[in-house]
Design a protein around this ligand. Sequence first.
Ligand code: KG4
Ligand code: ZN
Length: 366
Amino acid sequence: MAMSEFAHNQGEVPAGGGRRVVLAIETSCDDTSVAAVDDRGGILALETASQTESHQPYGGVVPELASRNHTVLLPGLVERVLAQPGCGVGDLAAVAATAGPGLASSLLVGNTMAKAMALGAAVPFVAVNHMEGHLLSPFVGRDVPFPFLGLVVSGGHTLLVEARGVGDYELVGRSLDDAAGEAFDKTGKMLGLPYPGGPEIEKCAKGGDPTAFAFPRAMLESGDGNFSFSGLKTSVRVLIQRLDPAAREQWLPDVCASFQEAVVEVLSAKTLEAARRRGLRDVAVSGGVACNGRLRETLRAEIEGRFGARLHLVEPRLATDNAAMIGHVAHWRLASGRVSSLEEDVDPNLPLEGIGRLRGGRAAGR
Ligand code: KG4
Ligand code: ZN
């Protein structure tokens, strides 16, 4: 059913029984995404529009541009999801949206749309924490093996979390400065690669030698689960100043491969150490950086191979921001009767239960 028919539906849809679909909206940063998930959290429809090209000239996300793009893109994506079989307004049990952390003006667009739709369809609204979406994303559509250790590596955050149940989380560690994805993006920018730097560095690293340059592996011996990536970024900057710009083609793959190896090694070693220390035999890895092939390969060798724990890597299409992971969390909230008020505001630093306030989304130049 099309959105234009929404108004006519108000009050006409019978409650209970037939309604088992959660429609979810994600607009926390620069991806506009809408999904329909069923009552097991399985994906019925997922439509995502990337804004990468709009932000590319600025080398990062421009908040004002992101929110304007969300406004333009969102209605069409909602229409497409509602047009999928079994995803009409009459099938909806709730409408969910990311409430934070993220960019306030971007979050507002998705939230306003979701609240209006919930009101129109006379179903509950569910506000979802973006980081909880990432944390549980390796388990979309299947059972979650609590307790598990979650490594969330996105553009805005790097977190190690012990998850004991839905909403029962303990922070094991976090990045004290740049997030892992942010380090990829800033390093990519320094190297003259297009935004976002992560996939570009991975591509370029394929032809390079990961042992060519000995970049620092910060906080390996810190004894906690925290990370730091800003020193690594500085080392790359200092190195580039010494290298011959005319020979860029020759050294670029080696710099990319060595940088990538340093990030991957730290992420893998600290995850392994935390899992071992806490006796956790299930490890889940999520967030955009979880797309990285070298990270996936290293974690398989270390976590599965050496430690013998079960590794749950997020599917690459659910690694970067998407609404399916938001619908998945909303499905759990709905199942436990935890719906949100329409009065609830967005929060750029929304706390993750048990973990506290999280810094908001990225913006160009940060
Ligand atoms: O989870 P996400 O969409 O962002 C936030 O919610 O913040 O992830 C985007 C981040 C970007 O920093 C991007 O460079 C990084 O994930 N990324 C990668 C790869 N693909 C995406 N980093 C390294 N290797 C990749 N293949
Ligand atoms: Zn994200």
